[in-house]
Design a protein around this ligand. Structure first.
Ligand code: TYM
Length: 331
């Protein structure tokens, strides 16, 4: 059975971008693949969060993963920092990747611009830690959103380079996995870019109906189309993306036709989106509350997941050490 791995940084709550870009695929994939889904708490240290915030966010994301439908009996669900083997592989990959290659990664350049006073080495080596996450389980498939494409390119480079340097075939080149024919990018509600927790433009899976409606109704629009069948500007295309992910094909076609013949009413469009998003989110929100109220269960699940993930990573690291020339039992 082929192996799948993916993760999410614990910074607050899961939003619709995480859900439609990643977690929805996780839930489908657990039925057919050997899956590892984890909470990337080490990765969140690049912004130096408060320890209590990390502790809380890890528990929150765990409950939210489960509420979305990840089944710990089918998939291995764990917290990154519970598997120390990852750090060793991270170190080996850092020895094989060049500074210039890491500096060229767009997300590094963006983060460096956003936090000019904290351009730390962890930010630079973010992709090699991600590669270690993936390759410690020799995962072949990684379900991620479009924003992770460059990090995935680096993970493939780590795999190829290690195999080439040591003349082995230990690591597969992990591939991005998309359920639809292309990568998903869920837009933000502020008219441009992507939905992202640092951008304050999110709908969260824990938002109640009132909050969701308010956020959708506030989304930016324009004066409406002036000529029939015109191209949609980005802010309007974004609203149609929401229709695509959460509404029926009939609803999409209805508003698309109205756009094309210049009769579209944005108030009506937003109401449709808000109704359909509320219907998607409400059952997940209810399950989040149930799982969050059962901390003992969360602890048990993460302990069990950590054991399984450690076992898989330890087997890989044992081979890797021998390949590199670290054979403690033969000295
Ligand atoms: P993170 O926490 O930023 O996002 C988690 C997942 O959600 C997807 N995503 C989106 N997809 C579509 N539209 C959006 N607006 C949107 N926002 C977020 C991301 O593509 C991602 O799949 N580096 C990773 C965490 C990570 C990881 C890994 C992922 C660490 N190690 C190994 C896969 C494999 C990150 O920061 O994701």
């Amino acid at each position: 059975m082929e192996t799948v791995l993916s993760g999410i940084r614990p910074t607050g709550h899961l939003h619709l971008g995480n859900y439609f870009g990643a977690v929805k695929s996780f839930v489908k994939m657990q039925e057919e693949y050997n899956c590892y889904f984890f909470i990337a708490d080490w990765h969140s240290l690049t912004t130096c969060p408060d320890p209590e915030d990390i502790r809380q966010s890890v528990k929150t994301i765990l409950a939210e993963y489960l509420a979305c439908g990840i089944d710990p009996e089918k998939a291995t669900l764990y917290v990154q920092s519970d598997v120390r083997e990852t750090l060793e592989l991270y170190l080996y990959f850092n020895m094989n990747i060049y500074l210039g290659e890491l500096e060229r990664v767009t997300t590094f350049k963006e983060k460096a611009r956003k936090q000019p006073n904290n351009v730390n080495a962890g930010l630079l080596t973010y992709p090699t830690l991600m590669a270690a996450d993936i390759l410690q389980h020799r995962a072949k498939w990684v379900p991620v959103g479009k924003d992770q494409e460059q990090n995935m390119e680096m993970a493939r480079k780590c795999a190829r380079r290690f195999n080439n340097i040591y003349h082995v075939e230990i690591f597969p080149e992990p591939q991005n996995f998309y359920f639809s024919d292309k990568a998903v990018k869920i837009p933000g509600l502020d008219g441009s870019g992507k939905m992202g927790k640092s951008d304050g433009n999110c709908i969260y899976l824990c938002d109640d109906d009132k909050v969701i409606r308010k956020k959708v109704m506030k989304a930016l629009t324009d004066n409406g189309p002036q000529t029939p069948n015109s191209e949609k500007p980005e802010i309007i295309e974004n609203l149609f993306t929401f229709l695509q992910i959460c509404s029926s094909k009939e609803a999409y076609d209805y508003f698309n036709e109205q756009w094309n013949n210049c009769t579209i009413r944005y108030g009506e469009l937003k109401k449709q989106i808000a109704d359909d998003l509320c219907n998607t989110v409400a059952p997940i929100r209810e399950r989040i509350l149930e799982f969050s109220a059962n901390q003992d269960l969360l602890e048990k699940i993460s302990r069990h997941g950590a054991e399984k993930a450690r076992e898989s990573a330890a087997a890989t690291l044992k081979e890797v050490r021998q390949i590199i020339g670290f054979n403690p039992n033969e000295r």
